[in-house]
Each structure stands twice: as C-alpha cells, then as structure tokens.
Ligand binder design. Sequence first.
Ligand code: ZN
Ligand code: ZN
Length: 380
Amino acid sequence: MFKLREAIDELEAQSGLDVRELSAHIDRLQAILCRELHEATRRGDHVLEGKTPNAWAASACRVSASSASDRLCVGEQLNNLPRVAEALRSGDVGYQAAAVICHLSDLLGEKRGLVDEEKWLEYSKQFSIKNLRRLAEHARFVADPEGAERDSEEDYEQRYLHLSELGAMYKLDAVLDRECGMALRTALESLTKRLGETDNRTPKQRRADAFKEIVQHSLDQGTLPKRNGARPQLAVHFTVDGLKGELADGMPIPGKTVQRLACDCSMHRVVKAESMAIDVGRAKRTAQPAQWRALKARHRTCAAPGCERPIGWTQAHHLEFWSRGGQTNAHRLIPLCYYHHRLVHEGGWQVVMAGERVDFIPPETPLMLRRRWGESRWAA
Ligand SMILES: [Zn+2]
Ligand SMILES: [Zn+2]
C-alpha cells in the first residue's frame, strides 16, 4: 500500500492527465476493493465487530448501505464472471457496466450460466449505463420470470405515502409503485408548463402547483366517493365580514385567501355569525350553472393573458369581490386557473376589463413571496 500512496502522490502532482486512463485505473482499484470486501466478509471480519456484512462494509468504506451492498455483490460475482473481471482489469469495461452484469448474475442465481459474458461486454460498449440496466432487467425477466415476478411483488409491498404537517405547510413523502409513479408523472407533466410569460415559478414550484390542481380538480368534479353521506370538499369556515377564516382543521387562513376561497364556486362553506354556524353549503354568490355556460361561451381557457389552462380547469373569479359587494353576474365573472386566481387575490395583481379585453396589471411593488419556516404571519 505504501507504493500505491507514492504513486497517487505522484499522480496528484501532475496535471494534464488522460482522464480515460485515470478513470480505468480507478475502476480497477474499485474492483480490487470489491474483491477484498467480499473476502473479508467470507472470513467473517464483520462478525468480530458484531455487524452484518453490509453494515460492516458500509462503515469500513464510509458509504451508504446501498453502495456497500453493490460492492459486496460485485466482489462475489466477479468470481463467477472471469471474462468481465479480466475486462475490468484491462480497462475494457467500466466499473458501473461491470456492476450491472454482476447484479444480473447475482439475481439469476443458479441460472447465471445463461449470462453470456462476451455478449454482455459487447452490450456495455454499445449502450449507456441506463440502457444497459434496462436490458439487464429485461434479460432477468426472460431468464427467470418467476423470480422477477417475486421481486416485483416484494417491491410493491414497499409502497407508502406519508402526509404530515410541517408548520403551516404539508410535507408529502412517498414511494410509489411503477404504474402509479408513471401515471403521476404523466399527469404532472401535462400541468407543469409555464402559464404565460410572466409565470416565474421554479420547476419544482410548478410541480407542486400541478399536484394541487390534480387534487383540487378531482374534488371540484364532485365525483369522489361520498363520505358520511357527503361529497368530500375542502371546508372553510369564515365570519360574515369575510375577513377572518379558518380551514376545517382549525388553522387560520389569511383574509386574502378567504376572499379567494369565497370567490370560487366549488368551496363548501360554513359562514359563522359570532360563533354560530348560520349557513352551510353553497351560497348564492356561487356561479350558477347558467352562468358557467355563459362563461364557457365566452372563454375557452383561463382569462389570464397567455394562459392555456382549459376552462374545465378554472374557477369563476368575481371581478368585484363579493365581500366588497360584488354581484354574481355573468358579465362580471371571468374564469381563472388555480394559479392565476391565487395571483389575483393573494399576489396583488389587478384584473381590468376593457370591453372584451382582460388586462392583468402586476402589483407595483413585488410582494415578498418567500417566508421562513415557523414564521407565524397569520397569528391573530
Ligand atoms: Zn376570485
Ligand atoms: Zn391561468
């Protein structure tokens, strides 16, 4: 090892190294490391420290559990794959590609004889690592359909979804099965495009908003199964002056948000006078079906300039907020997507109708949109 350190010191002092050659050397070292890790766990070095082979390798190499298991697998399988081991030594195959072949061999177990090493070394030159992995997955399925099915069932059992409160926000954490993940991705992708030129949300904010649209849309459709005899809806409680409100979970919501929720037609509302609930359900200010038809005749999309969100994915916005005496009059209603509706109520944008034209005027001073966690801006 002393000489190795000297050689590395020498390398470090140089510049203009051939990166391909350097990478091949690192891969070769990696293969030696895998072999040594495997040998050590075969000897039982991990037992001395009271650890599983995986935990021992992870702490010895200071890597994650998955990296440790990857190295142990490669260390073991290179014994079964002499051609791949040789190619790794000569720099003909990289570590990652060799690892893909090793994992395939590991998964096939007794059927590993089906792995044609020459062919796979050939594939490793033709395909990217990502595609090589797919190919290996496919080969595994063909060679061992029962094993692949068993694994896929085991994977499926790992699915979960947690939704937890995080201050005034919610945190979503989930592992989804492939079908669900692909369905979600497809649905999100159809809703994550920028909505007009002034849309300066980051991609991750757009994904969060797209997720909100999917959920809100399915509530608005009113097609979800009934619970306790009623269609599930987001309930909001607010006092008659319309400036104070709370969600059904008791969290206070700011006045501007109350106005938006009250503006839209799909909200289930409980209006309170003092502390008594006086009006439960849809109030008259809600856009009526006839008014929706009139809106649909005039608009195909959200009324915000450049926004292509279809009318079915919008809410009716009252140009004069009802809380300021606005009437539910079709000519004073415009359809706005969830994003633009929020921009008007909470974001301070103004909507001005000039004949058939709708102008959106940005707020003069940009609002501070960022907020630190835990800041209780809404505390009464
Ligand atoms: Zn509105
Ligand atoms: Zn819009």
